[in-house]
Every structure is written in C-alpha cells, then in structure tokens.
Design a protein around this ligand. Sequence first.
Ligand code: GLN
Length: 248
Amino acid sequence: MTGALRIVVVYPDLLGTYGDGGNGLILARRAQWRGVEAELTQAPSDAPLPGADIYCLGGGEDGPQVRASRSLMEDGVLARRVAEGAVVLAVCAGYQIVGKQFPGADGAVHEGVGLLDIATSKGAGPRAVGEVVAEATGVALPALTGFENHGGSTTLAPGAVPLAHVVKGTGNGDGTGTEGAVCGHVLGTYLHGPVLARNPALADLVLRWALDGATLAPLDDSAEDALRQERLAAARQARRRQSRRRQK
Ligand code: GLN
C-alpha cells in the first residue's frame, strides 16, 4: 500500500441504522494513533463508490438493504477492489449483502454481491435480538462481544469459514451454533456495538490485513477492556440464569 490508508463507510444513508459507521472511525483512529496516515470517507449511495483499502458495511432495514445491494452490484467497485486485495468488514445487513442471496421485506429472494459463499433466508423463529458472546474460531482473537438484531438466518457453503462459535445469542441462526463468516480478507458478522469498539483486537486484525501484515504498536485499550469485561460478564450471567430457568 502506498499513500494514506483509505477507509470507506459504504452507503451510510442506507446502512446507517445501527451505528456501525463507528467501525470506520475506529479503524481510522487506531491507524492514526500509530502514526499511519488514514483517510475516512462516508460514501453515499447516489455516487460511485470510491476506491479504498477497507470497506465497512453496516446494518440496515430490509428495503434499504435491497437498494444497497443493487447499487453495489451495478457500481461494481466493491467486487473489483476485493479482487485487487481490499478488506471488507460487513455487519448484519452488510453481511447478508456480501453473500449470495438474502430475503427482502416480503420474503422474496434478492441477489447479493457474492463476496462470501453464504446464503441468508428468513429465520423460522422470532427475530434474534440481544447480547451475543462468541468464541472466535475462523481467526485468532479473544471472545467476541456485541449485540444482534436480525430476522435473517445465514447458511455457510464450503467457500466460507465461520468467524466464531456462539456462546450466548443466535449468530448465523442456521442450527450450527456459528456466528459470522470469513473468506480471505472479507469478514462478515451479525455483531453490532459497533463491533470494533467492543473488540479492539478485531479492529487491529482488519488493520493488519489492510497494511500487508504490518506489526502494530500496542495501544492503551484499558477503557475498551473494561467495557468488554462488563459486557462479557453480564452476558455470561444472563446465560447462566437462562439455563437455570430451563432446568426448573
Ligand atoms: N434486515 C436484515 C435482517 O433483519 C438485517 C438487519 C440488520 O442489519 N440489523 O435480517
């Protein structure tokens, strides 16, 4: 990579419902704090997607999600940049969009950008809403924390590796107990938070991918660690309460 690290938040006008745009800001700051020049761009859906090193896609409602997927396919820049080595962090609706297909509000099947070998359908049970704890399996990371809010259930095909195994919450919701998916430098997850605020080690993994494996100087993450411990302890306690209630 030459020049500044280019980070693009994709279509915040369509995929901005859950605050996932914060992921772009976190990546830019964690790069800059280490002396790495970084440019953060909010890319609206009515303009061509700019070239970038990292693309962040967030969660959104069903209708805007369909529009976002269509625009990304017509535009073609995201798929081209990924083929050239760009990194993608895609959350919830964004995760479903970078897969092969997902349902619209009426349940009709819509085509995704196809960067991950996954397919999403309408989940059979109630909407998955709440705190999630998941142990990373697809990448080497400490336990992941975040919250989920989705109706879709995602199935992974052989071309995608699960990101994590769910300890509390639903995640992919396809009965495998998995959460998220990874293929090369495209990472999808159901976790909001923003997920990189809750999981600074994941932010640094995304940065290392974009910086060709560069070693990153450690940062003072004590505030983030305190938040993580609080959320992990609360979620684990809720899970224990839940399983005690089930045993009664
Ligand atoms: N519309 C999608 C679903 O409900 C994504 C929701 C989201 O982005 N939080 O499955």
